[in-house]
Design a protein around this ligand. Structure first.
Ligand code: AMP
Length: 196
């Protein structure tokens, strides 16, 4: 069983227009506080990001925000977090988020969310970490992305073992269960020279 003392959440800096997403973000925040999972996230007080953080804090949980200096605008950064870490740039931010977290969860979001999710999956694919990565597929938001990933497998661009690095569920408790039970497969992305 993997210990999940802290989880990094990637999600929208906007609210989106499906109320279910914000409600699910609130539930995730409550669950983190209940299960004493520290939230690591991008430190904004806006959008889906802000909702997860708000709910962890209201329920007396811990939140660590990691934000690059240039994004640290007063109207966006959450000033009530348990801890706020400032980095020099986006690369350092992602390294820091990775260092601080036992796993990752993506909720609905835009480019920023996808970029963070795919960087962390790529690091797993390269064997740079063995932490579980969950996708909370709220209301089918990620169905088209999952169809694309399946097409990548079918087209020979993505190994099924690497596709399976992404743990998917539409239910928070089932997703956390999958993340705790996750055992990384030992498949290298690159074949050894003598196998090519
Ligand atoms: P997006 O999905 O494009 O809304 O971007 C959200 C993701 O990018 C979050 O997981 C953040 O880590 C990062 N991000 C984007 N905008 C901000 C912001 N204004 N403040 C903090 N982080 C942000």
């Amino acid at each position: 069983m993997n210990k999940l003392n802290s989880i990094c959440v990637f999600c929208g800096s906007s609210d989106g227009n499906d109320r279910t997403v914000i409600d699910e973000a609130a539930l995730l925040g409550e669950r983190f506080a209940e299960e004493e999972i520290t939230l690591v996230y991008g430190a904004a007080k806006i959008g889906v990001m802000g909702k997860v953080a708000e709910k962890v804090l209201v329920n007396k949980g811990k939140v660590i925000g990691v934000i690059p200096e240039f994004l640290k605008l007063k109207e966006v950064v959450h000033l009530g977090l348990t801890e706020l870490i400032t980095t020099n740039n986006m690369h350092e931010r992602k390294m820091k988020m990775h260092e601080l977290s036992d796993g990752f969860i993506a909720l609905p979001g835009g480019f920023g969310t996808l970029e963070e999710l795919f960087e962390i999956i790529t690091w797993a694919q390269l064997g740079l970490h063995k932490k579980p990565i969950g996708l909370l597929n709220v209301n089918g938001f990620y169905d088209h992305l999952l169809a694309l990933l399946e097409n990548m497998v079918k087209s020979g661009f993505l190994k099924i073992e690497n596709y399976e690095l992404l743990l998917v569920d539409d239910d928070i408790d089932r997703l956390l269960k999958k993340m705790r039970a996750y055992k990384p497969a030992q498949v290298p992305k690159w074949l050894k020279a003598d196998k090519v």
